[in-house]
Design a protein around this ligand. Structure first.
Ligand code: ADP
Ligand code: MG
Length: 757
């Protein structure tokens, strides 16, 4: 290996693990997690403590969208939160928001202010700390550099960040023991258009609340004049976050990882994931140190991280929180990614959230576990013991099926990106065809209803538990308790799977914010719930509420109309692609094509009708997505070109030079003696030529994109059709060269180093 690589490997081995001290009580005993959980969050209880009772009541009303926040209340909260935060070392505050860049944005303001007083002696200036209600409620960062998809021109760049009162404020540590007060915010334009991910997510949440409450209140009628039973439904979200952790000193030697988040060249080492020994294996100590330090910080931030484990690929890991209300869960997922990145850095590691950092081993996803819950905390996707007679469950279930049937193409849009494309449909991640897996039991429930026959043996109590005793194995395992069996089995190959009492949207990319996919899913289901409610009203006619027979009729109707999206088989198989085509399911292969679905009236009408997006917002988002896709690929192509031209090719030249020198020296002794080196040189030459040619072709593709394409849509299309293939060709040549070049000449860390702690 070359010197830089050796030095960084040595550094990696000799580096001591960072020692973290977990919080301790005065007597030296550990503090329990539940005792410091959310200690850095300004919770509702704290607001309640700070405000007079009537002011707190009006704040709660505001939070539930029923009235505007008055200045007095805002001032009181601002004062209380400033004292709370400053007592914990805060010097600054920031509105924290989610522009359409895939990450979060913040601009810090000091609490420090200057106060002038004038007297006959002249002006006297004193320093004070201040934070007003209006500063809490909104700020106006210069929005001109955030993507707006043509919605604003630079001269009308005003954008406003407005406090999202549904997500609590928190503090995060800054340098030197200081900290910053974070105010979760939405980001809107001067005209009130959504410029961010959060605004549309909140709109989709209220759409689902409205449509779902309407259905539930129709199913569960109350006496005339009484309050409806359900006034609010919310969606729940639990995000399983996958990521890679690699050594930072090696990372620093790979320009492709630094600039694009993935390796653009490189061959698999002989041993990678084929032994299945990494999955759920023992977590390496360096990684455990990072995980637990990150968890500690996340607990303090009120993020309920629950699980951690090794994933399939070498150096791939996962963590998942306890599910929460969706918009809070989105904030918490973004915080989790942030904190993991920060803590990894402190531990001299680098976390990779890219969907496919390494070719040939598994990529990373972010499974979005999703359900709906009433304000009384009932999970609407809980099948209960006898789903076949649980009509409320079945109506909600067929609404979700109907949502996928109608808007599967749009769900595909919501997960499309240049990076996720490397993972989708690559036989390790759900395919680009969006279908639903229900499992054996629910499939039988739906089939029996459809065929008007009794359900087969599934709801018999015995099958709910797997008895380990009672067989020939009795003697050996009688000591084990009998365990309960889940209602559904698992199907890794489905992009959208029912898993017990929730759906798991598995096609979501690890790097992307869950906000957009969840917004689209909420929207599609809100619209589907309206269709189900309308069908029910039609079925029941003049009756005040539907009979069980009416419900069954509607359930049957939707079972029949949504059959095409149900698929229980192997989603990775070639056969499924043909089958899906026969069923008329969209198979949208590229991201640029997927983005266009946003402008397809079949989807856009639904989104505008529900008030989740305006037409302008859809047009702008479409352009932003196309533009980001094109830019992602252009950055990759440019990085690859420079890596190949300035490092890989010169390394091959150097090695060729040394071979040529040997050949000429050895020839002088005896021509026969030079033949091994000569052979190596001859094998190398065509590959070097091929690489050189492919760099030129790549160069041309990069150059042409600016010539050929006049707008982001054309750019994205060209990048997909021409730049990507040019990159793949160059990679093939470079990967061949890696094998042929003597290791000591190879300038950048190889997979065998990157994927080995
Ligand atoms: P697995 O890997 O078996 O799918 P995990 O425990 O890694 O399971 O993740 C499951 C995720 O689903 C967790 O975040 C969990 O909180 C979440 N979840 C469970 N029930 C619900 C629900 N009703 N709504 C949303 N998410 C849920
Ligand atoms: Mg899962």
């Amino acid at each position: 290996a070359n010197q830089a690589r050796v030095a960084s490997l040595q550094d990696n081995i000799n580096r001591p693990t960072r020692v973290l001290s977990y919080p301790k009580k005065a007597d030296g005993k550990p503090v329990y997690t539940s005792e410091f959980f959310a200690e850095n969050v300004f919770t509702l209880q704290q607001i309640a403590k700070a405000l007079p009772k009537p002011a707190y009541a009006s704040f709660l009303k505001q939070m539930r969208g029923r009235q505007a926040l008055d200045k007095g209340t805002a001032d009181a909260i601002a004062h209380a939160v400033r004292i709370w935060a400053m007592d914990r070392g805060a010097t600054h505050f920031t509105h924290w928001f989610q522009p359409q860049t895939g990450t979060t944005a913040e601009k810090h303001d000091a609490f420090l202010s200057l106060k002038s007083s004038f007297s006959p002696n002249g002006e006297e200036v004193t320093a004070i700390d201040a934070f007003s209600g209006s500063q809490l409620l909104q700020a106006e960062p210069d929005a001109s550099s955030f993507p707006s998809g043509g919605m604003r021109t630079t001269f009308e760049a005003r954008g406003y960040t407005v406090w999202d009162t549904t997500s609590p404020m928190f503090i995060q540590e800054g340098p030197h023991g200081t900290s910053v007060l974070y105010i979760p915010s939405v980001f809107i334009s001067y005209n009130g258009d959504a410029l961010d991910e959060k605004t549309v997510l909140l709109r989709s949440t209220s759409a689902i609340s409205k449509s779902c409450s309407e259905l539930l209140n129709l199913l569960d009628p109350v006496p005339v004049g009484a309050q409806p039973k359900v006034s609010h439904v919310f969606t729940t979200l639990g995000t399983e976050q996958e990521y890679f952790l690699i050594d930072r000193s090696l990372y620093a030697l790979r320009p492709d990882l630094k600039h694009t988040g993935r390796t653009l060249i490189g061959n698999l080492p002989p041993k990678h994931q084929q032994m299945d020994d990494h999955y759920f294996g023992r977590v390496p100590s360096k990684v455990m140190a990072t995980m637990s330090e990150a968890e500690l910080e996340l607990f303090r931030l009120g993020v309920p991280i629950k699980t951690r484990h090794n994933e399939v690929a070498p150096q791939q890991f996962e963590c998942a929180p306890i599910f929460e209300e969706a918009s809070l869960a989105v904030d918490h997922n973004l915080l989790t990614m942030d904190v993991l990145a920060k803590v990894a850095h402190k531990n001299k590691l680098k976390v990779l959230f890219h969907e496919k950092p390494f070719k040939g081993v598994n990529g990373s996803g972010k499974h979005c576990n999703w359900s709906m819950s009433t304000d009384r905390g009932e999970n609407l996707l809980d099948p209960t013991v006898k789903p076949e007679t649980n009509y409320r469950f079945l109506l909600v279930l067929v609404a979700v099926l109907h949502a996928v049937q109608q808007h599967g193409g749009l769900l595909r849009t919501s997960i499309a990106s240049a990076s996720n494309e490397h993972r989708l449909g690559a036989c390790e991640a759900p395919p680009m065809i969006v279908s639903v897996f229900l499992g054996e039991h629910l499939t039988e429930v739906l089939n029996s209803i459809e065929e008007s026959r009794p359900i087969k043996n599934f709801s018999v109590p015995e099958i709910q538990t797997i008895k380990l005793g009672g067989t020939a194995l009795d003697v050996k395992v009688a000591s084990l308790p009998s365990i309960s069996r889940d209602l559904t089995d698992r199907n890794r190959t489905s992009p959208f799977a029912f898993t017990g009492n929730k759906f798991e949207f598995r096609a979501v990319g690890s790097k992307q914010s869950p906000a957009f996919p969840v917004t689209i899913l909420n929207a599609a289901v809100a619209s589907a719930l309206q269709d189900v409610t309308a069908a029910l009203r039609e079925q029941m006619g003049d009756k005040p509420y539907p009979s069980d027979a009416d419900k069954v009729a509607v359930i049957k109707k939707f079972i029949a109309s949504t059959k095409a999206v149900r698929f229980e088989g192997d989603g990775y198989s070639e056969a499924w692609i043909h089958e899906a085509e026969k069923r008329g399911l969209p198979n949208i292969k590229t991201s640029p094509e997927a983005f266009k679905q946003l402008l397809n009236p079949a989807h856009s009408d639904m989104l505008t009708k529900l008030g989740i997006f305006t037409k302008t917002e859809l047009q702008s988002r479409h352009l932003i997505l196309q533009e980001r896709y094109a830019k992602d690929i252009i950055v990759e192509a440019t990085t690859l070109r420079s890596l190949l031209a300035s490092q890989i090719l010169p390394a091959a030249f150097e090695y060729r030079g040394s071979l040529a020198q040997s050949v000429s020296l050895l020839k002088d002794i005896d021509p026969e003696d030079a033949s091994p080196e000569l052979e190596a040189l001859k094998a190398l030459t065509p590959v070097v030529k091929d690489l050189q040619a492919s760099i030129a072709a790549l160069d041309k593709a990069i150059h042409d994109i600016h010539e050929v394409a006049e707008d982001p849509v054309q750019e994205a299309k060209y990048a997909c059709a021409h730049v990507l293939p040019a990159m793949n060709r160059a990679r093939d040549a470079a990967d061949k060269l890696e094998v042929l070049t003597a290791d000591k000449f190879y300038p950048i860390p190889k997979y065998s180093e990157l994927l080995w702690f």
